[in-house]
Design a protein around this ligand. Structure first.
Ligand code: NAG
Ligand code: NAG
Length: 351
């Protein structure tokens, strides 16, 4: 008869003699190691450091001294960002940084690239198309905090105004968000959703771009496979009618580096929000950066409920972005005097 089969169950057996405890310990070792590896992986993906909650952040915002630019801190931060990401040279795809035959590796796909050919090359500007450095920049997020803010004039006063995701700019919003735009981002998914991928309604699209004046439209055309075709279509739609807006494509190498940069500072999101990408662009291109409409919470500083965007209340996909975490990083930059976040109102609104 097999001796082992006559032994008591393992758990009981373990605690009978010293010898068996040792044996048990040894046999459990690989399990323990596996558990350990699992816990480490878990902590990497879901770090346990505590993010301050909304109350603490609001308290901090309300008790800030008057904001002052800190030139030393700004210069130091710029240097860090420049070392990682070379914003001025790299933020857009240009003929200079993406010559014929170069492989553009998509930043949102695993091992997918597109080699620059004749047609693509012709779409790229020769070099970064603005006079750099830009002086004062407003970066406008689309947060509901902008509603009834009366910040429109202040936003428009900057030399260069950047906006996110083709936001509505009709007259009803002008008082709060202004109307000038020099650069606006556009995700290919919006082109798909709002304009049926430009298969039919090109005229409506061209019309609706007129609110952006002579703006550059900054599209991540080389991030996801599915986004390239809509981006090219958008380019041709506007250039075919000689529209005043110009498409520039986000450089996937730049996006990848920016993502790494913020990950190194503790932003754990599958993908950064457009807002944080745009702020990174602004910090690289502009001498002075002021943010408006960046506020990830559902109540304002006086605890009144606000909508998610200034124009609607559609919630984002929270599993994808890490908004409060991103805001915290920006708030640290605000406190260090590197950029200014405008949260409150800019003037009185008659009731
Ligand atoms: C400005 O920033 C530097 C470096 O971050 C810091 O050492 C200095 O104390 C700051 N100056 C003021 C006035 O806060
Ligand atoms: C471009 O802008 C000019 C004014 O800056 C305007 O007169 C013209 O109609 C615009 N062109 C298009 C195609 O919208």
């Amino acid at each position: 008869m097999n001796r082992d089969s006559a032994l008591p169950p393992r758990s009981v057996f373990c605690f009978t003699t010293m010898w068996s405890i040792w044996k048990c310990y040894r046999s459990r070792l690989p399990v323990g190691a596996a558990l350990c590896v699992f816990v480490l992986c878990w902590l990497y993906v879901f770090p346990v450091y505590r993010i301050p909650d909304q109350k603490e952040i609001v308290n901090d915002v309300l008790h800030q001294p008057v904001w002052r630019r800190n030139q030393t801190a700004t210069t130091a931060f710029r240097r860090l960002l420049e070392n990682c990401c070379e914003t001025k040279r790299m933020f857009a795809v240009t003929q200079h940084n993406s010559p014929m035959g170069k492989n553009l590796w998509f930043d949102g796909e695993f091992l997918h690239s597109l080699s620059v050919n004749n047609e693509m090359f012709a779409m790229f500007p020769q070099d970064t198309p603005f006079q750099i450095p830009l002086k004062k920049c407003s970066v406008v997020g689309n947060g509901g905090i902008l509603k009834r803010s009366a910040c429109g004039d202040k936003i428009d006063k900057a030399d260069f105004v950047m906006r996110c995701n083709l936001p509505p700019l009709s007259n009803e919003y002008a008082r709060d968000v202004g109307h000038r735009t020099q650069l606006v981002t556009a995700n290919p998914s919006i082109i798909k959703k709002r304009y049926q991928n430009l298969m039919w309604s090109r005229k409506a699209f061209v019309e609706s771009m007129k609110v952006y004046g002579r703006s550059y439209i900054y599209m991540p055309g080389f991030s996801m496979k599915a986004g390239t075709e809509p981006s090219f279509r958008t380019y041709y739609t506007l250039s075919d009618v000689n529209a005043n807006q110009t498409i520039i494509f986000a450089n996937p190498d730049f996006l990848r580096n920016v993502q790494k940069f913020w990950k190194g500072k503790g932003v754990h999101a599958k993908r950064l929000s457009t807002g944080l990408f745009l702020v990174s662009v602004a910090l690289g291109l502009c001498e002075e950066v002021t943010l408006y409409g960046f506020w990830p919470f559902s109540t304002d500083l006086e605890e009144r409920t606000i909508s998610h965007h200034y124009y609607d209340n559609v919630m984002p996909d929270t599993s994808y972005h890490a908004m409060p975490e991103e805001f915290l990083q920006l708030w640290l930059l605000h406190k260090s005097g590197i950029l200014k976040i405008h949260v409150g109102k800019c003037g009185q609104i008659p009731m």
